[in-house]
Design a protein around this ligand. Structure first.
Ligand SMILES: NS(=O)(=O)N[C@@H](Cc1ccccc1)C(=O)O
Ligand SMILES: [Ca+2]
Ligand SMILES: [Ca+2]
Ligand SMILES: [Ca+2]
Ligand SMILES: [Zn+2]
Length: 309
């Protein structure tokens, strides 16, 4: 578990309990289900938030994924903050109620539960990034669009950016893939927009990551411009720096490239607080959780509104 001075961070067990609590306290708005299991057999839960939550209504759907990278624990808090805000806030905030009534929101607070558990299981933080397969995979290099194409990942099983032996070889990425594929109804992908939360550097990133070109097959200038416009609007609200992800460095097999190219989902990465630092940047004190999760409230609202536009 977390050390006493950081006890406000949620462990896997506490995260699952939070989702169960939200579903129990707001049975009309929130329902927990599973997208599958991790390498070590942990359930990977997803919470759906919407009015008439047991009905699949014809409303734009939006996905939030967190904690692909084990040590990036602030992202789990970000997803749990979204859960809390859009359930508890329903009865008090008309803008929240409007979004919950007219969208279907999916939240996956822990994509990589095994890695998250492992990172805090020792006598101090382990700085762990990948999953906990026998040969650990960097989940954010294991997605199947342009997998391993372009020097944006490693084929070395010992490397921190090891892409795995094949696309979707990791149970965690294949679980989220299957869930996303299942949201194609009548030939139409119901999910319109997505944010994958990471730490750190305070950035809003959009695809493609595999190429430094702004346009490429499956990304026209108009589509790029829409990513940039929305990315810049979100960054203006939280003070992060907006850029194409390959402006940072080239990555291949990232979640964003697959979500966009495969499903046409407006998919962003947020790199949260802090803006800079060394390994300690992955472990901000729990005192910053409330401030640094609420910092993204407006950006989340922007994306939810854009999904219905
Ligand atoms: N969180 S991080 O330190 O691993 N950085 C991310 C940054 C990133 C995220 C999505 C596409 C390209 C790059 C990574 O996957 O390398
Ligand atoms: Ca503290
Ligand atoms: Ca609904
Ligand atoms: Ca629906
Ligand atoms: Zn990350």
């Amino acid at each position: 578990g977390f050390p006493p001075q950081d006890r406000d961070y949620h462990t896997y067990t506490e995260t699952v309990a939070e989702l169960d609590k939200a579903a129990a306290e707001h049975a009309d708005l929130a329902r927990k289900s599973s997208v599958g299991s991790s390498a070590e057999g942990r359930d990977i839960p997803v919470l759906k938030i919407s009015d008439n939550v047991t009905e699949d209504e014809n409303e734009p759907e939006v996905l939030f994924t967190c904690n692909q990278h084990a040590r990036e624990h602030l992202t789990t808090e970000m997803c749990l903050h979204i859960v809390q805000r859009y359930t508890d806030g329903y009865s008090t905030d008309p803008a929240i109620a409007e979004m919950v009534d007219t969208r279907e929101i999916w939240v996956v607070p822990m994509v990589n539960p095994d890695g998250s558990v492992y990172d805090v299981a020792g006598f101090g933080y382990r700085g762990w990034r990948r999953n906990r397969e026998s040969t650990p995979t960097d989940l954010n290099r294991n997605w199947g669009y342009q997998w391993g194409c372009c020097g944006g990942s490693s084929g070395d099983p010992n490397a921190s950016t090891y892409r795995g032996p094949a696309p979707f070889s990791a149970p965690e990425t294949s679980a989220i893939r299957d869930f996303t594929d299942s949201r194609v109804i009548g030939g139409e992908q119901q999910i319109e927009a997505h944010i994958d939360f990471h730490t750190f550097s305070e950035l809003v990133l959009w695809p493609y990551g595999y190429t430094e070109n702004n346009t490429a097959p499956g990304m026209t200038q108009q589509q790029y411009d829409r990513f940039a416009r929305i990315g810049r609007a979100m960054a203006a609200s939280n003070g992060y720096t907006p850029q194409q992800s390959s402006d940072l460095y080239v990555t291949d097999g990232s979640i964003n490239d697959w979500m966009w190219a495969e499903h046409g989902i407006l998919s962003f990465t947020f790199e949260m607080y802090p803006g800079s630092g060394g390994i300690e940047g992955f472990y901000p004190p729990d005192e910053v959780i409330d401030r640094e999760t609420a910092r993204n409230d407006e950006a989340v609202s922007i994306l939810l509104r854009e999904a219905g536009a």
